[in-house]
Design a protein. Structure first.
Length: 150
């Protein structure tokens, strides 16, 4: 019996796949647990529509990420922090603070998880930082840590 998998089933297939399984396995396990539906024309067509919609959404996200990467390339972002002796910061500048500064200063919204820092910034000065916005789409920009007055 051909069935369309609604969820990933270990040993059988991934969600959205049409697989051939034994009649008993389909009737007694997959269908009652709503893990699959019988593969008729309507369900196959619906699965193809969902798949094409997901591909289109991924394509749009890639286009948007490339536009953001072009805007972000070479930008200077200033982050203010309290500083102690020898230019050492009280605490550190993390991706969260860099993301907030990007949004505030340039209006570019970058998720903090996409900003690639080997370790938090702990000294005053400039450092080049990379943001991985999408698959194979990176943007490098400069973060300047400035001593906060007062």
């Amino acid at each position: 019996m051909k069935v369309l998998l609604e969820q990933d089933v270990k040993g059988t297939g991934k969600q959205g796949q049409i697989v051939e399984v034994s009649d008993g396995y389909a009737r007694n396990f997959l269908l009652p647990r709503k893990l699959a539906t019988p593969a008729d024309k309507a369900s196959i067509n619906a699965a193809n529509i969902r798949k094409s919609a997901a591909q289109h959404k991924k394509y749009q996200a890639g286009v948007s990420a490339r536009e953001n990467a072009q805007q972000l390339k070479g930008k200077l972002v200033k982050v203010y922090a309290r500083v102690g002796e020898n230019g050492k910061l009280f605490g550190a500048i993390t991706a969260k603070e860099i993301s907030a500064a990007l949004k505030e200063q340039h209006g570019i919204d970058v998720d903090r998880k996409k900003i690639m820092l080997k370790e938090p910034l702990r000294t005053v000065g400039t450092q080049e930082v990379t943001a991985r916005l999408f698959e194979n789409t990176d943007a490098a920009f400069v973060v300047e840590v400035v001593a906060q007055e007062g």
